[in-house]
Each structure stands twice: as structure tokens, then as C-alpha cells.
Design a protein around this ligand. Structure first.
Ligand code: AMP
Length: 126
């Protein structure tokens, strides 16, 4: 499989990520929210009672690739997290996680924010 080298990491080169296919409605997902900048789906392997993925439509491979031009989009992802927390009554708390690179466990090279909630989440992080 072809490899692309980004920021010193080797990742399989993929023309379209699974998240892009969901955005393009080529594969199904349970969609919790969508607007002009992002889509929010339920994670297929939930790690908590609530496990959502907030996925920008503007593709950035991972947090390590973000630039100043991405700041409005990145801020929007947090605003949408707050919106969903209100909608889903997550007043007891929630956690936002972004995995960037292999040591963090990134598996899909399309930046996304995990929103985890619905139980007491484990400490310490990592
Ligand atoms: P990460 O490991 O941070 O890159 O997160 C990728 C996440 O995408 C994992 O939690 C997977 O369970 C989730 N995932 C992979 N494929 C799908 C899918 N088709 N629908 C929903 N979530 C998915």
C-alpha cells in the first residue's frame, strides 16, 4: 500500500477516509448533528454511554497538521460540543479527546473530536 509521510510519521495513503465517505453519504452512520462545517456521528465502538465523533468537513489529517487557517473551524468543533452537551443533558460533564499520531492511537487520518460522557470517566488520562 502506498505510504505518505507527514510530520515524520508514516501513514497509509488513503484517497478518501471513512469519515469523508460518511460525509458524502457513501456509507451509513447515525448522525446526531450536521451543519455547514461539521458532522457529528455516533462512534461505532462506543467507549462510554455517549461517544460521539465531531468531524469537520474541512479536512485536516490530524491536530499536528493544523494551521492558523483552521482556527475558526477548530473553534466551531468546541461550540458544537457545547451545543450537543446541552441537547443531550450532559450537565454532569463530558470529555473531549483528539488523538494525533500513532502514539495517541489515531486510526482515522481525518481530524475529529471524541465526545465521551454518560458515566464517570477514568483518570488519569493516558
Ligand atoms: P481515532 O482512533 O481517534 O482515529 O478515532 C477513530 C474512531 O472512529 C474510533 O473510535 C472508531 O471506533 C471510529 N469509527 C471507525 N469507523 C467508524 C464508522 N464507520 N462509524 C462510526 N465510527 C467509526
Amino acid at each position: 500500500m502506498p505510504i505518505c509521510v507527514i510530520s515524520g510519521y508514516n501513514f497509509p495513503a488513503m484517497s478518501k477516509t471513512i469519515f469523508q465517505k460518511i460525509i458524502d453519504r457513501e456509507i451509513p452512520a447515525t448522525i446526531e448533528h450536521e451543519d455547514d462545517q461539521c458532522i457529528v456521528i455516533r462512534d461505532i465502538h462506543p467507549q462510554a454511554p455517549v461517544h460521539l465523533l465531531i468531524i469537520p468537513k474541512r479536512v485536516v489529517a490530524r491536530a499536528a497538521e493544523a494551521t492558523a487557517a483552521d482556527e475558526p473551524m477548530l473553534g466551531h468543533l468546541f461550540t458544537v460540543a457545547a451545543l450537543l452537551a446541552k441537547k443531550l443533558n450532559l450537565g454532569a460533564g463530558f470529555r473531549l479527546v483528539v488523538n494525533s499520531g500513532p502514539n495517541a492511537g489515531e486510526t482515522v487520518p481525518h481530524l475529529h473530536v471524541h465526545l465521551l460522557a454518560g458515566r464517570r470517566l477514568h483518570e488519569p488520562l493516558g
